[in-house]
Design a protein around this ligand. Structure first.
Ligand code: PHE
Length: 350
């Protein structure tokens, strides 16, 4: 016991002489470390008698606590002294210009998407988000691509889970069109007898097997559009897409519709926008003067029905286009692979 108070006294004396943080650490090692006199008291407890053991143990703990708190106190003092010193010693020149802070910017893809949201918001379309991981049922079957349908060939994709799922594997969506079914089902469930009209756009990533070249990637954004209501006609579709092109590229922008086929629209059309870079003469961005933007058509009655809308009462149109294609046209980008290559020399131009 006499020992303990000696240990404490000696340690505190030594602490008063510590002048910096290195000294403080050395002090901690020699007075609270594993080989310190105090820790030896703890390790010798086993050699004491049953009666002595708790008494000595408690006393040693009291000393340990005291030393620890003295150590913490000294550390604060030393920090305060060091701060004071640096404040007095180092002069701070507040008139020096600051270092330029590198400011990030929006990815060209985000920019074009926001631009599209603006254009469609002006025409009364709301944004509807739908999932990227889909079942075969939603990605194909409910869109009138039954199992084995040849039109699936164009949209081979990545499988997430196929085992034990028969004809309904989980896939990465090949287009944003499954969102049509999800949206129609959601809205028609609100009032199944008299479902509300719909006017939405559905943006997002899609994944396909593609032969990659300067206008094809295995992953890209689509923007789907869906309008359902009584009396919607093909002319509404044409008007909407033509107006979109004008709002994006200016009044002189021209669009072209070509008859096409999709299982979920009837009739169907592909639509092109005249290349804004070359004015339709043909250039490295567009090739022949027109840029293929996407597909469109009047919603097939089977698809309306699958969505909970009675095809006798409702009609509608849908379209889906490649967002990067629009960005390429708008910003004069001649290779789609730049979008996800993460090359700063490309990104910094936006
Ligand atoms: N989903 C079609 C595709 O990815 C495009 C499309 C959307 C066609 C809507 C018609 C209507 O190729």
């Amino acid at each position: 016991m006499g020992d303990l108070s000696g240990i404490e006294k000696q340690a505190l004396q030594a602490l008063a002489e510590v002048a910096d943080s290195a000294g403080l650490e050395a002090w901690r090692v020699s007075h609270l470390g594993r080989n310190s006199a105090l820790m030896q008291v703890f390790s010798s407890l086993g050699t004491l008698s049953k009666e002595e053991r708790p008494i000595v143990g408690q006393a040693a703990n009291v000393v340990k606590k005291a030393l620890e708190s003295a150590h913490a106190g000294r550390m604060e003092e030393l920090n305060a002294i060091a701060l004071q010193k640096s404040l007095e010693g180092d002069k701070l020149d507040v008139t020096l210009p600051g270092r330029p802070y590198p400011i990030g910017r929006l990815h060209p893809d985000t920019r074009i998407l926001r631009e599209l949201y603006r254009v469609f918001a002006e025409m009364g379309f709301q944004v509807f988000r739908s999932r990227e991981v889909e079942s075969d049922e939603y990605n194909f079957q409910l869109l009138n691509f039954p199992v084995g349908h040849p039109a699936r060939e164009m949209q081979d994709t990545y499988f997430i889970e196929a085992e034990n799922r028969g004809d309904n594997p989980i896939v990465l969506r090949t287009h944003t069109s499954p969102g049509q079914i999800r949206a129609m089902r959601k809205y028609s469930a609100l009032n199944p007898k008299d479902p509300p009209p719909i006017r939405i756009i559905l943006p997002g990533m899609v994944y396909r097997y593609e032969q990659v070249d300067n206008s094809h990637e295995t992953q890209f954004d689509q923007l789907e559009g869906l309008a359902v209501g009584p009396g919607i006609r093909f002319s509404d579709l044409k008007g909407t897409l033509t107006d979109m092109a004008r709002r994006l590229f200016g009044q002189q922008a021209r669009t072209r519709f070509r008859a096409s086929y999709f299982p979920f629209t009837e009739p169907s059309a592909e639509f092109d926008i005249e290349c804004f870079q070359c004015g339709g003469r043909g250039c490295s961005v567009c090739g022949g003067g027109w840029l293929e933007i996407g597909g469109s058509g009047m919603i097939h009655p089977i698809v309306l029905e699958n969505g909970g809308y009675d095809p006798e009462r409702f009609t509608g149109f849908a379209f889906g286009f490649g967002v990067q294609r629009i960005a390429m046209l708008k910003y004069g980008i001649n290779d789609i692979r730049y979008f996800w290559a993460n090359d700063l020399r490309f990104l910094e131009q936006f």
